[in-house]
Structure formats: C-alpha cells, structure tokens
Design a protein around this ligand. Structure first.
Ligand code: NAP
Length: 195
C-alpha cells in the first residue's frame, strides 16, 4: 500500500483492512514514499512519516511497513517499489511465488499512465484504487482487468484535513490512532498551515 502518509489516518487503515479482506491478502506492506518530487508542498520528513506508519500498524499482524521508498535515493517510482519488494520476497522465500497488488488512492492512480514505466507496474501487480465517498472513481485509462476501484466510507478522513486541523489547534483524536496523535504533538508536526 503506497502513500505519502502525511500523516497516516484511520481511513488508510480501514482501506488496507477492507482490501485485504476482499482479495484474501495475507500481508499488507505499507510503503511510505520518499520525498515526493511531484508535489508543490514539502512533505514531512520521511523518518517521521515512516515512524507514524509503524506506530499506526503495529497492532495488526497482517500489516508491515517497508523502508524501500524512504531509503531509496531520488524520486519514488512505483515500479521501483514493486521491484524492490518482490526482490526481497524472492530472497527471503526462494522458490515460492506470491500474487501482488498495489493499493493506493484512486486519485493518485488515475494519473498512472503518466507515471514512470506504467507497463512495468501493471506487469508486476494488480492495481487497487481506493476512494472516498462522493468522489468520482476516475477511470485511469488502463486495459480491462488490471485495476479494481473500491469506495471506502472511512476515507472521508484525509491527511490534508488532519494537517489543517492541527494547524488550527483543533483535535484529531479518533481520526488518527492515539499513538500517531501523540507523535504529532511530540514532534510539533503540522503546526504551520500548509495543505
Ligand atoms: P497523493 O497525491 O498524496 O494522494 C492523492 C489522493 O489519494 C489523496 O486524496 C490521498 O488521501 C489519497 N491516497 C494516497 N495514498 C492513499 C492510500 N494508501 N490509501 C488511501 N488513500 C490514499 O498520493 P501520493 O501519496 O503522492 O501517491 C500515492 C502512491 O502512488 C505512492 O505510493 C506514490 O509513490 C505513488 N506514485 C507513483 C508515481 C510514479 O511511479 N511515477 C507518481 C505518483 C505517485 P490522503 O492524503 O488522505 O492520503
């Protein structure tokens, strides 16, 4: 499951759980992006986003967090994310096979044809785009059968709304796991309004 996770919130966790249930996934590996090159806004330091993702997912045995995108130099390309995860799997489980899915926000996925090596991504994983209620499920223009779009009601929660709330001194309790809310306070993240 790829995302900037700035910060991770309960919508992401519900989406991961729902997709795991629908597809019978044994594991969901969260991959916080490196410094996002394609955004106007400067994202929070990768280490903070990584640690918040670890805190948020720690209690669920299906969930893991990978540093592949945080540790790789340069822009985060999903084809590299998948290549690194699949390479690590082959090393750890020689001779075994696995079915791979790349889960992310449907808004992000709708741009995939402009991403680096979209054919390589599609060759490596089935795509799952999750979206918030009321948002149009944009067709990413890919051939039939390579992408599944799923509406997740809990994705009414958004990272940008959480950042705005923190900057305004409003509570984020129950929007993010308690440990994440504490990390935001401890590190004084999002104190300045920036969407
Ligand atoms: P984003 O622009 O930060 O997010 C776009 C929308 O999707 C937002 O509404 C966001 O909501 C939602 N979203 C993002 N990740 C989500 C997730 N895991 N679950 C549910 N909703 C999610 O998107 P991004 O984080 O930069 O990119 C998403 C993924 O696509 C990352 O893994 C990134 O590396 C990859 N990507 C790859 C390329 C490439 O290969 N060239 C280009 C762009 C993106 P929230 O803000 O609430 O999360």
């Amino acid at each position: 499951m790829g995302g900037t996770f700035d910060p991770i919130h309960h919508g992401h966790l519900v989406a991961a759980s729902e997709v795991a249930h629908r597809f019978g996934l044994g594991r969901v590996i969260f991959t916080p992006t490196g410094q996002p090159w394609h955004k106007q806004r400067t994202a929070t330091a990768g280490e903070d986003r990584y640690l918040m993702t670890v805190i948020a997912t720690a209690a669920d045995t299906r969930f893991e967090v990978s540093r592949v995108d945080i540790d790789r130099e340069g822009p985060t390309y999903t084809v590299d994310t998948l290549r690194d995860l699949q390479g690590a799997f082959e090393t750890a489980h020689p001779g075994e096979s696995a079915e791979w899915f790349f889960i992310t926000g449907a808004d992000a996925l709708s741009e995939i044809v402009g991403w680096h090596d979209p054919d390589g991504i599609v060759d490596r994983a089935h795509l799952v785009g999750v979206t918030r209620p009321g948002h149009h499920l944009a067709d990413p223009g890919l051939p039939d059968g390579v992408v599944t779009l799923i509406e997740i009601p809990a994705l009414a929660i958004s990272s940008s709304d959480i950042r705005t709330r923190v900057a305004a001194g409003e509570p984020v309790d129950y929007l993010v796991p308690e440990g994440v809310a504490r990390w935001i306070r401890k590190r004084r993240l999002y104190a300045k309004a920036e969407r």
